[in-house]
Design a protein around this ligand. Structure first.
Ligand code: GLC
Length: 481
């Protein structure tokens, strides 16, 4: 690519107008054609597994956030009851969870097999969440699963990140490392000299640049480890978007925020971890690595990641909805799982809009997944086995939907398109727009039967067998050629 084109691509800025996205969410394509190619391939995968797992799973509470001193429902409001009244006692006990973490039922092959059965194609695992606990064998801290302080360290599979990547790779998965940039255990991030005040670094970066520099080094070292010692990694999924360079004006603006009707003071800072250098080094080891510097506008956010929601319309760049299969990211007892039908509809909705679906399960303290999670994976898999061709490697059709109950995709070459029916429609099924095509066949994927149809006006009438309605299946797919 010549310089001019690079510049042009760099300056393409796509503003997201979807509700739920803040104005600052913009897409800047990485000018490297290798990354563009890799993104194309990633967009073919459609369906991935996200896992939040750590010592916090023993308490069955929110991941990390309960030690964040912010008066928010999921932060201080998410603390485990009966542990300690005082914040510092609470944190002490939280960190002591390391000394009892012993997930003896850890069986990543079983997870990988179930995810593969479900039709998932990539995995993203929390190697380190905001609490700083490393689920990999970092040489730069003792706050990790392989430390002698953690009982599981004596298990031969204690380096769970390595084991998980290996198991999923063996099923043909792409692997992704979730890594939190903020680290609430590191003395270079929350310096014990001061109490933490909120999610941000707790000292003045301006005044203590040396300490911040040590944090940057710590971060680089750990990402280096993940890129060097864990085999092929396809995605570096960086969370904690408040760790980013900020201008004076931005800082001023973010000091006072309003959230759910209340006002909060925050201590935002210019938290520059030198992402360009991180990415340069990472790609030296992992050519074509996709980097997702979440919620940080710039070329290191190779795709965007709407969280717990599906955009109302297709978005003109690569994106992925991350969403929990139950209500929480981490394991919590008696969590309420979404129904298989609901999950399938969400997958279809996302894919019709050109996105990928990263579905999260939180493993329990012993390393088990909830039986309901296995049940959902199995049922999604049954559906995918029959209808997967309408999902994988497809692209958005002319319009992603017709009303609330019909979605569309098309093959990449555009020769065939697919209609997904969330409900059994009135007879005949009227598809309003056939894009000026002459239709040869309409096939019901669930039994490969050719259906009767008639071109009418701009559209198409299809006669659906009445039996279909009684079959009890959900989300029927028609292939239209
Ligand atoms: C939210 C949560 C965070 C979680 C992330 C996953 O940002 O606060 O804990 O890791 O979602 O997308």
């Amino acid at each position: 690519m010549d310089m001019k084109r690079r510049l042009l691509m760099l300056t393409i800025v796509v503003l997201i107008s979807t509700p739920g996205f803040s104005q600052s969410q913009q897409y800047f394509p990485d000018p490297d054609p290798v990354i563009a190619e890799r993104l194309e391939e990633w967009q073919d995968l459609k369906f991935g597994l996200l896992m939040h797992w750590g010592p916090y799973s023993q308490w069955g509470i929110v991941e990390s956030w309960s030690i964040c001193p912010e008066d928010l429902s999921w932060a201080s409001g998410g603390r485990k009851g009966g542990v300690a009244d005082s914040y510092f006692d609470y944190v002490k006990q939280y960190e002591d969870l390391q000394t009892t973490f012993n997930p003896i039922h850890f069986d990543p092959e079983r997870w990988a097999a179930a995810a593969s059965e479900a039709g998932m194609k990539y995995v993203v695992f929390t190697t380190k969440h905001h609490d700083g606990f490393c689920m990999f064998d970092s040489k730069h801290t003792d706050y990790k699963i392989t430390s002698p302080n953690t009982p599981f360290s004596t298990n031969e599979r204690s380096n769970v990140t390595a084991e998980i990547f290996k198991a999923f790779r063996a099923e043909g998965f792409w692997t992704g490392a979730y890594f939190s940039k903020p680290d609430w255990h590191s003395e270079y991030y929350w310096w014990p000299h001061f109490p933490p005040s909120d999610r941000n670094v707790n000292y003045s970066v301006d005044k203590h640049p040396q300490r911040w520099h040590q944090f940057v080094e710590y971060t680089h070292n750990q990402i280096d480890e993940l890129m060097n010692d864990y085999g092929r990694v396809d995605i570096l999924w960086l969370d904690g978007g408040w760790v980013q360079p900020k201008t004076e004006a931005e800082l001023r603006e973010e000091m006072l925020i309003e959230y759910e009707g209340s006002r909060y003071v925050r201590n935002p800072q210019n938290q520059d971890v030198n992402m360009s250098e991180i990415v340069r080094k990472a790609r030296e080891k992992q050519p074509g690595l996709l980097v997702v510097d979440r919620a940080v506008p710039g070329i290191h956010q190779n795709y965007l990641t709407p969280e717990q929601h599906i955009p109302d319309e297709g978005l003109p760049y690569p994106w992925e909805t991350c969403m929990t299969m139950a209500n929480s990211w981490s394991y919590t007892p008696n969590d309420v799982y979404k129904s298989p039908d609901d999950l399938i509809e969400k997958l279809v909705d996302i894919v019709s809009k050109g996105g990928n679906f990263l579905l999260n399960i939180g493993p329990g303290p012993n390393g088990n997944l909830d039986p309901q999670a296995y049940d959902r994976l199995e049922k999604i898999g049954q559906w995918m086995k029959v209808n997967g061709e309408a999902i994988y490697a497809t692209r958005s059709w002319k319009s992603f939907s017709q009303g609330d109950n019909i979605r569309f995709t098309r093959t990449k070459d555009g020769k065939a398109w697919y209609a997904f029916l969330f409900d059994y429609p009135e007879q005949p099924l009227v598809i309003e727009d056939r894009d000026g095509r002459t239709i040869q066949t309409v096939t019901l994927l669930s039994n490969n039967r050719k259906l009767k149809f008639r071109e009418r006006g701009e559209g198409l009438d299809v006669i659906l067998p009445a039996r279909m309605k009684e079959s009890g299946e959900h989300v029927w797919v028609l292939k239209i050629e």
